[in-house]
Design a protein around this ligand. Structure first.
Ligand code: GLC
Length: 720
């Protein structure tokens, strides 16, 4: 009797018709299998694609096409609709613009190196998707920043390191999915450029696949991600969304992924359900009843292929909790909800502060004193309108944007004078700089989906046409480097704030008159308040670079064959990943490239200082424990992201050092703590192409601990 009551109680709220799948205490696998058994073939196939005809995405006419991606409900069984929406930094709502929060972008959040911050970001975004009636967030983006000029690096939280991606993605997935919204790890895989993304074949060897590009997706799977998006490009000559090696062998068999694979929008090229694709988005050109039935007849498709795909979709819906919400939760009319809240905006501000990186700070120029008689010049377009996001499907129309000039004016206090000049009239801007105690120069550039950046220069890519919502690049964007030089030639206390979508060149960074440099990447709608929080010391910066800031263009000397590819680099058929493991700082370390105007991976200063002592390496759970003492030796409380890099035994031919551990430590002034970073066998393994698995290397490892890849304070060894 009790069980029945429980059963009824359990099903009272959800939309599912009561049945053997209704018990919320059963495993998602059991529930999915039970439900699958009760579905007709037509119902099964109807879940393998988007709307067959008419509008597909973000229509305003009916539930069947109301979101960016839609899978029909199965009313007979009470299976709710699947409502998918972009993007990786918040709900993109171009139908009701201004009703969601523009959070910091993926790469921006990577600069926090902060697991707790990543979870807060995931929860905050998930809440808004739920409020909008969406039960799939088409994010986070995980592609490695292999190509510094890739137009979508701003969306991706891995930066240039697989371990960083593997670690940071997990709290984001759990955060989003804690809100009953299925996360979507994208774009699987090797979508590391936008030049001819729709058909370029990325040529990647097995060891490189597993050591460099899969780990962020493995992290997402580890965290229980419900869906993965296969990418537009080809991989070793075969379309990503019909590639049995990468989808079936590497992903579903080896990596143990239990959720479902959806295609990128228009990335389906055949009825490839037998090759690993589960859902065609956004429509039904291939994965439709006619083609699948024909495939069954010709035996190119087995019934087990169909059942496995549907089971994966149901598994994701059960494991995240979508199935057990009331149907009203997924009512498409919720889209008009204003999902942004005081709490989400406050969180966006906090996260933008945590992701701000202090690159240079001479003579303690920062933090600026509040309520002093300071005469502050704020110069450049970014002062008037923070660079909120990049262009394309990952953009978000912010509910509102805080201007840095307003936040700085408010924070400086009534005794200070703050004057703004947008930098188009350099005579006026120079006069202002002449007459000010400090000049804060805001610069920035943009990038977008569908194209790679023309260069890493600040003076390229700032095109207001990229994103209709971003007007911030009008006027002076083409002369930002000259503007910096001019202002620094006049004011010996010049501070540069760069809001950028990834790597940029900073030819002026060694100018002694430029006493401080910060980057807040694409910090979202609260970047204005957050940069003021940092400039005036309300927030002590703790961000670290998730990518290398190069000294010059194409410093990794990528051949055209590597990127954008050949035979025609403007429309390449293939790109060779011949650099293999030497991406980003791995290349810089292998070639021992010194930093002059650029900054190394993992670099980021604080308003305080930290001392590392007393390295100890102990064998023990799990494999090794590396511990050291960290002391705050400065004047204010602060946080340090301590980093652990491993050097592998020379015989296995790995890059000189690789990030294999990090942890963020907060200490009061004078505080001291013993920090422990654990190394598991996986961290000490390489991909063995004979046995097709990770295997621990044997020999002598070097262990380095420090504040960046080029500021390693303690060294030791491990002999395996
Ligand atoms: C786009 C993007 C993908 C996005 C999807 C839906 O082309 O590649 O990231 O989620 O289509 O807009």
């Amino acid at each position: 009797m009790v069980k029945t009551i429980l059963l009824l109680a359990a099903t009272a709220s959800s939309t599912l018709i009561p049945g053997p799948w209704s018990n919320i205490h059963d495993s998602p696998t059991d529930r999915a299998n039970a439900l699958l058994k009760n579905m007709t073939q037509a119902e099964k196939i109807s879940m393998l694609h988007g709307p067959a005809t008419g509008d597909c995405c973000s229509c305003t006419t009916s539930a069947s096409c109301a979101y960016v991606g839609n899978i029909n409900p199965i009313a007979r069984l009470g299976i709710p609709p699947t409502n998918m929406n972009d993007g990786p930094q918040g709900f993109r709502d171009n139908v009701h613009p201004g009703t969601t929060t523009a959070w910091p972008s993926g790469l921006t959040m990577a600069a926090t190196w902060d697991v707790a911050a990543m979870q807060e970001w995931g929860i905050g975004m998930g809440k808004e998707f739920y409020a909008k009636g969406a039960n799939v967030q088409l994010g986070p983006g995980l592609c490695l920043a292999r190509v510094p000029r890739n137009g979508r690096n701003f969306e991706y939280l891995s930066g240039e390191d697989p371990f960083l991606g593997h670690t940071l993605v997990q709290p984001v997935i759990t955060g989003i999915q804690s809100q009953k919204v299925i996360a979507n790890a994208k774009h699987y895989a090797f979508n590391n450029q936008e030049t001819n993304r729709g058909s370029v074949s990325e040529e990647v060897d097995e060891r490189t696949r597993f050591e460099m590009y899969y780990p962020p997706f493995a992290g997402a799977i580890n965290a229980g991600v419900g869906s993965i998006m296969c990418s537009y490009n080809k991989i070793n000559g075969i379309w990503s969304c019909e590639n049995p090696v990468t989808l079936k062998h590497d992903l579903k068999n080896y990596s143990g992924f239990k959720g479902y694979v959806m295609s990128d929008w228009g990335a389906t090229h055949s009825t490839s359900i037998a090759k690993g694709l589960d859902v065609e988005m956004p429509q039904a050109h291939f994965m439709n009843s006619e083609n699948i039935t024909a495939g069954l007849k010709s035996k190119s498709i087995q019934q087990s292929d169909i059942d496995d795909s549907v089971q994966r979709i149901l598994y994701a819906m059960f494991s995240v909790g979508v199935m057990d919400e009331p149907l009203s939760a997924w009512d498409w009319k919720k889209q008009s909800t204003n999902s942004t809240t005081e709490a989400s905006v406050a969180s966006a501000r906090k996260l933008s502060g945590l992701s701000t990186v202090l690159l240079k700070n001479e003579n303690e120029t920062l933090p600026l004193l509040k309520n002093s008689q300071l005469k502050i010049a704020v110069i450049g377009f970014g002062g008037a309108n923070a660079v909120v996001h990049g262009g394309g499907s990952g953009s978000v129309v912010a509910s509102y944007t805080v201007k840095p000039i307003d936040a700085i004016t408010d924070r400086a206090g009534k005794f200070a004078t703050v004057t703004y000049n947008n930098g188009t009239d350099m005579t006026a801007a120079s006069a202002l700089a002449q007459d000010s105690d400090v000049a804060i120069v805001f610069v920035g550039t943009l990038s977008h989906e569908g194209g790679d950046r023309a260069s890493l220069s600040l003076d390229d890519g700032c095109d207001p046409n990229i994103d209709p919502h971003s007007k911030q690049c009008q006027g002076n964007n083409a002369n930002q480097n000259a503007m910096i030089d001019t202002i620094a030639g006049i004011n010996s206390n010049t501070i540069v704030v760069a809001s950028v979508p990834g790597a940029i060149l900073m030819p002026w960074s060694t100018n002694p008159n430029i006493t401080a440099i910060l980057t807040n990447f694409l910090g979202g709608q609260q970047a204005g308040n957050a940069i003021a929080d940092v400039l005036f010391g309300d927030v002590n910066p703790s961000g670290k670079l998730p990518i290398t800031m190069p000294n010059k263009e194409n410093e990794m000397e990528m051949s055209t064959e590597q990127w954008p590819g050949l035979p025609d680099p403007t429309n390449p058929m293939y790109a060779m990943y011949s650099e293999q493991l030497l991406v980003g700082y791995r290349y810089y370390e292998a070639k021992q490239i010194p930093f002059t105007t650029g900054f190394p991976f993992g670099h980021g200063l604080s308003y305080t200082t930290f001392k590392y002592t007393n390295l100890k390496i102990k064998k023990g759970f799990p494999l090794y424990q590396v511990s050291f003492d960290l002391e705050n030796t400065g004047k204010v409380a602060g946080s340090e992201v301590t980093q652990l890099y491993l050097g592998f035994p020379a015989i296995v031919n790995e890059p000189p050092i690789q990030l294999k551990g990090f942890t963020k430590v907060t200490l009061d002034q004078g505080g001291r703590k013993t920090v422990t970073i654990e190394l598991t066998e996986r961290e000490m393994s390489i991909w063995d192409v004979v046995d097709h698995r990770f295997k621990a290397a044997s020999g002598v490892f070097t262990v380095s601990v420090g504040a960046s890849s080029r500021d390693l304070r303690l060294k030791g060894t491990i002999t395996m």
